[in-house]
Write a protein that binds this ligand. Structure first.
Ligand code: CAA
Length: 257
């Protein structure tokens, strides 16, 4: 297994991951998934982690899907194990305690779209193409698409996409809420730098608390979720960040978290 299948760059705790198989449009095979799991082994232990950005190598694709060549000769048991490996890995990515953002720089199909859906939010270049085209190959999405897509864009739109297999452009992805922002491809790097500054500069415990409140709260009824928010809000006042952040405001200076 080569960890180079996922390139890792660290900028002050904002870690950028690049799926690095450009000749196969960054298709996810078991080697890439194992490399991502190995990277997660490290990221999960890091108290200094501020955010994760994930993108694809080259200018053509984010990730063009699970690897069709590898899947072609699988039997049902092997297919179950492959989907299980991918689902477990994407669940770990999603569960990182910091924001995880997809920088979608081209084709974002099948398992690629499922990777983007496991991220907290996604931004896309204007040439990006999205879809869950699995039915065209005689299968259904297996990396979480039938579950995360309806949660992100609603069941009717998800059923449209997973049963027709049609591809959509970045503008439609923005309109249905699959991505948060669309920009010219040449501006994606500037956006990544801006995001690195923003997420790296905010109170790290507050950012983690905000993610936890949203994620854990969505699985609860409103009263329980509001109680969770109260607890996490109160916890902010038990550390140093709140005093520094509010003192900086009062003293008209930038906070130093
Ligand atoms: N798996 C394996 N190889 C892939 C791939 C994939 N998902 N997508 C692209 N490639 C490979 C191509 O085979 C090709 O390799 P060669 O140069 O060795 O022939 C190389 O990447 C470049 O691709 P194309 O020549 O096809 O490039 P294009 O510009 O003509 O087309 C594309 C681009 C429309 C994205 C096309 O490659 C395509 O349709 N790819 C497949 C997309 C797809 O169906 N994804 C879903 C996969 S199934 C899935 O993901 C299941 C799941 O949920 C678990």
């Amino acid at each position: 297994m080569s960890e180079q299948a996922i390139e890792v760059q660290d900028d002050g705790g904002v870690v950028r991951l690049t799926v690095n198989r450009p000749k196969a449009l960054n298709a996810l095979n078991s080697e890439v998934l194992a490399a991502l799991a190995a990277v997660l082994d490290d990221l999960e232990t890091r108290g200094d982690l501020r955010a994760v950005l994930i993108t694809g190598a080259g200018e053509k694709a984010f990730v063009a899907g699970a690897d069709i060549t590898e899947m072609r000769d699988m039997n049902a048991v092997e297919a179950r194990d492959f989907a299980g490996q991918a689902q477990a890995t994407l669940k770990r990515l999603e569960a990182l305690p910091v924001p995880v953002v997809a920088l979608v720089n081209g084709f974002c199909l099948g398992g690629g779209c499922e990777l983007a859906l496991a991220c907290d939010w996604a931004v896309a270049s204007d040439n990006a193409v999205f879809g869950q085209p699995e039915v065209l190959l005689g299968v259904i999405p297996g990396f979480g698409g039938t579950q995360r897509l309806p949660r992100r864009v609603g069941p009717a739109m998800a059923l449209d996409l997973v049963t027709t297999g049609r591809k959509i452009d970045a503008g439609e992805a923005l309109r249905i809420g699959l991505v948060n922002r669309v920009m010219p491809q040449a501006e994606l790097e500037d956006y990544a730098a801006e995001l690195t500054q923003q997420l790296g500069g905010n109170g790290p415990q507050a950012v983690r608390g905000a993610k936890q409140a949203v994620h854990d709260g969505l699985d609860q009824d409103l009263d329980s979720a509001l109680a969770l928010e109260t607890s996490l809000f109160a916890l902010c006042f038990a550390g140093d960040e709140q005093r520094e952040g509010m003192s900086a405001f009062v003293e008209k200076r930038k906070p130093n978290f």
